[in-house]
Design a protein around this ligand. Structure first.
Ligand code: F0G
Length: 421
C-alpha cells in the first residue's frame, strides 16, 4: 500500500504524520488490482474456523487489505468482532422500518478505538518505538493504554481535566498509562500532541493513518456480516472525524474490490454544541472551529482534525450531516438501552440523528439503516444515573419500598402488569 498526502497526493514518508509539503493528513491507498473479491470472501470464511489469534481479530482477518506489518509485531486483543443487533425499539422511536445496531462498544476496551489502536500500536512496535501518546476525551486514551501495555510501550495520555467521563480515566489508569490532565479541552490537548516529534514518541491519534486503516475494518466487518448486502444508510456520530474517514474509505475500497455493488450513504451526527463539521457539510466553505459544549463528552470537539478527509467521504457517498441537541441524544440513549443493548451518550447521537432524518424525509421509512454504536453503556455510568434520576422522557427511577408488605406488593404489581402486557 502506498502512503500519500490526502490533500496534495504527494508520496509520504511513513515516519511522519503530516505532509511535509502542504501539512495535509496522510492516507494509505489500496490497489484493488492486487486483489480478487472471490479470494477475499473465501479467505474470510476460512478464517472463521481458525484458532489463530490473528485470524480471530476482526481487524487482522482483513490483513491483506491493511498496511503490511510483520506477524511477530502484531498486538491484538481479538478486537472488532462487533455484533449487529436488530433494534426494534430504536426503529419505532425513529419511525424507521429497518434499524440495525453495529455495536463497536463490544470491543476489548469498550469502544471502536481498539480497531485503530491494534494497528497503530503494532506499527509502533514494529518500528521499535518505546513510547506513545494521544490526546483524548477518554476512549482513545483507554484503548491506547491497553494496547501500549500489550506492546510493551510506555503510554502518555493528555485529557481535559474537566468534562470527560471519570470511568474512562479510571480505566486508563488501570492500564497503567501516565495520565496528564490539562486545563484546556480536547482540541488544546491535540494541538499539544501535534507539536511533538513522532520520531521521539509515537503519535496515535486518528491523524495517524494506521489508526484509520484499523478502524476501516469495522465497515468491512459490518458488510461481511450482512453477506455483503449494502445498507441504504450508515449513521454514525462525529467528533474528530477519524471514524467517518475510516468508514468512507472502507466503503470506497469494498466497491473498488468488487465486494459490494454500490455505496451506502453516510450520515454524520454531531452534538449541536460541537457541530463544526455538520456546518461545513450543510453550508460549505472551510471548517470554522467552535468552543465545543455538550454533555456527550466523547464528541466534545470543536476543531475536528480529519474534517477534510471526512467531507470527501460524505460527499462520495452522497451523504449528509446534522446536529442534534443534548436532550435528543440523552433520550435516544435511553431508547437504545430499552432494546437491551445500551451504549454511551455519544453513540446515541446516531439514533437521535436518524429520528431527525426520518422526520425530514431524507431517510425513507423503508430504508435499511445501520446505526454505529461507538462505545459501551458502562463507559459513562454517571451520565445514565443522572438521566434516570431526572424527569426526562424515558427516566426510570429507583424505587424504595416502605416496608416488607409494600415490597411484595410492588413485585406482584410488576409481575401482573407483565402478565397482562
Ligand atoms: N463516539 C465515541 C464513543 C467516541 O469516543 C468518539 C471519539 C466518537 C464517537 C467520535 O469519533 O472522533 O472519529 O469522529 N472519541 C475520541 C477520544 C475523540 O478521544 O476518545 P471521531
Amino acid at each position: 500500500m502506498n502512503l500519500r498526502c490526502s490533500e496534495c497526493g504527494r508520496d509520504a514518508d511513513p515516519t511522519t504524520i503530516a505532509c511535509v509539503a502542504c501539512g495535509g493528513l496522510l492516507a494509505f491507498e489500496l490497489d484493488p488490482s492486487q486483489h480478487d473479491a472471490g479470494t477475499i470472501r473465501a479467505r474470510l470464511r476460512e478464517r472463521r474456523l481458525s484458532n489463530d489469534h490473528i485470524d480471530q481479530s476482526g481487524v487482522w482477518r482483513y490483513r491483506e487489505l491493511l498496511p503490511a506489518i510483520p506477524a511477530e509485531s502484531i498486538v491484538t486483543l481479538r478486537e472488532n468482532m462487533a455484533p449487529l443487533y436488530v433494534g426494534p425499539g430504536g426503529a419505532a422511536y425513529a419511525q424507521s422500518g429497518r434499524v440495525t445496531y453495529l455495536h463497536l462498544g463490544m470491543n476489548p476496551t469498550g469502544s471502536f478505538k481498539d480497531a485503530g489502536m491494534t494497528v497503530a500500536l503494532s506499527r509502533a512496535k514494529a518500528t521499535g518505538a518505546r513510547a506513545c501518546i494521544c490526546a483524548s476525551t477518554g476512549n482513545t486514551a483507554a484503548a491506547m493504554a491497553a494496547y501500549a501495555q500489550r506492546a510493551g510501550l510506555a503510554a502518555v495520555v493528555l485529557v481535559p481535566a474537566k468534562g470527560i467521563s471519570e470511568s474512562k480515566v479510571a480505566q486508563t489508569l488501570d492500564y497503567g498509562a501516565l495520565v496528564i490532565a490539562i486545563d484546556g479541552d480536547f482540541d488544546a490537548a491535540l494541538e499539544t500532541v501535534r507539536r511533538l516529534d513522532p520520531a521521539r514518541i509515537a503519535i496515535v491519534n486518528s491523524i495517524n493513518p494506521y489508526r484509520i486503516e484499523g478502524q476501516k475494518t469495522a465497515a468491512y466487518q459490518m458488510l461481511e456480516a450482512r453477506d455483503w448486502r449494502v445498507p441504504d444508510w450508515v449513521v454514525l456520530p462525529g467528533g474528530n472525524m477519524g471514524n467517518t474517514s475510516a468508514f468512507g474509505k472502507a466503503f470506497r475500497e469494498a466497491l473498488a474490490l468488487g465486494l459490494i455493488d454500490r455505496l451506502p450513504r453516510i450520515a454524520v451526527v454531531q452534538a449541536s454544541g460541537a457541530a463544526p463539521f455538520a456546518r461545513v457539510v450543510l453550508d460549505g466553505g472551510e471548517m470554522i472551529p467552535v468552543a465545543a459544549k455538550t454533555t456527550a463528552t466523547a464528541i466534545k470537539i470543536g476543531a475536528p482534525a480529519s474534517w477534510k478527509k471526512a467531507l470527501h467521504e460524505v460527499k462520495s457517498t452522497r451523504g449528509t450531516a446534522l446536529a442534534v441537541s443534548d436532550e435528543e441524544i440523552a433520550d435516544a440513549k435511553a431508547v437504545i438501552g430499552r432494546d437491551g443493548i445500551g451504549c454511551e451518550p455519544a453513540s446515541a447521537a446516531s439514533l437521535a440523528g436518524l429520528r431527525v432524518l426520518r422526520e425530514r424525509g431524507t431517510i425513507a421509512a423503508g430504508d435499511d439503516v445501520v446505526l454505529v454504536l461507538t462505545g459501551h453503556v458502562l463507559k459513562d455510568p454517571t451520565y445514565s444515573a443522572d438521566y434516570h434520576g431526572s424527569s426526562a422522557v424515558f427516566a426510570n427511577r429507583i424505587v424504595r419500598a416502605r416496608d416488607e408488605a409494600d415490597l411484595f406488593e410492588r413485585i406482584d404489581a410488576a409481575a401482573s402488569a407483565a402478565a397482562h402486557a
